[in-house]
Design a protein around this ligand. Structure first.
Ligand code: FES
Length: 159
């Protein structure tokens, strides 16, 4: 049975599937909350629970040094019953504006031992429009996704 999530002091409400974390449910509903890693590492998704209860996803914790007193990591929090959120920041986004494109890795260059520069090739006639500062979420064929969104850089012109 789905859980109802609300944003405090608004009429915004959305559902979370059983076992789904608060951040994923919000993003799926077109509610943009601050986040980066979605793995409990960065602390960017910290926010407060105004009413109701959340519990940590299995094997994780709700706490992080970036959390102020009373805050939890929304990417690690599964709601129990009806929950009212008080995020640090939020905005509505047009979920239909998100696009999923299939691309092939054209080149993988190791810029450092822990940094790769991936050049992706889109199918003929497909373009990925983006604005400065946007990120790309890479989803692999098995459905898993890269732990961190990738910054997008326009391909340099080839000489
Ligand atoms: S998004 Fe990084 S800790 Fe939640």
């Amino acid at each position: 049975m789905n859980t109802i999530l609300r944003i405090a002091d608004t009429d915004v409400a959305f559902e979370a599937a059983p076992g789904q974390d608060v951040l994923s449910a919000a993003l799926q509903a077109g509610i943009d909350l601050p986040y980066s890693c979605r793995k409990g590492v960065c602390g960017n998704c910290a926010g407060s629970i105004a009413a109701g209860q959340v519990h940590p996803l299995p094997g994780t914790t709700l706490e992080h040094p970036a959390c102020a007193p009373g805050e939890v990591l929304f990417c690690r929090a599964a709601p129990s019953g009806e929950v009212t959120l008080a995020p640090r920041h939020w905005q509505r986004v047009d979920a239909s504006a998100r696009r999923r494109l299939t691309a092939k890795v054209f080149r993988n260059t190791r810029a450092a031992p822990d940094v790769s520069i991936l050049q992706l090739r889109l199918p003929a006639g497909k373009r990925a429009k983006f604005r400065a500062g946007q990120y790309l979420q890479i989803v692999l064929p098995d459905g898993s996704s890269a732990p961190t969104p990738w910054p997008i850089r326009r391909r340099r012109a080839m000489a």
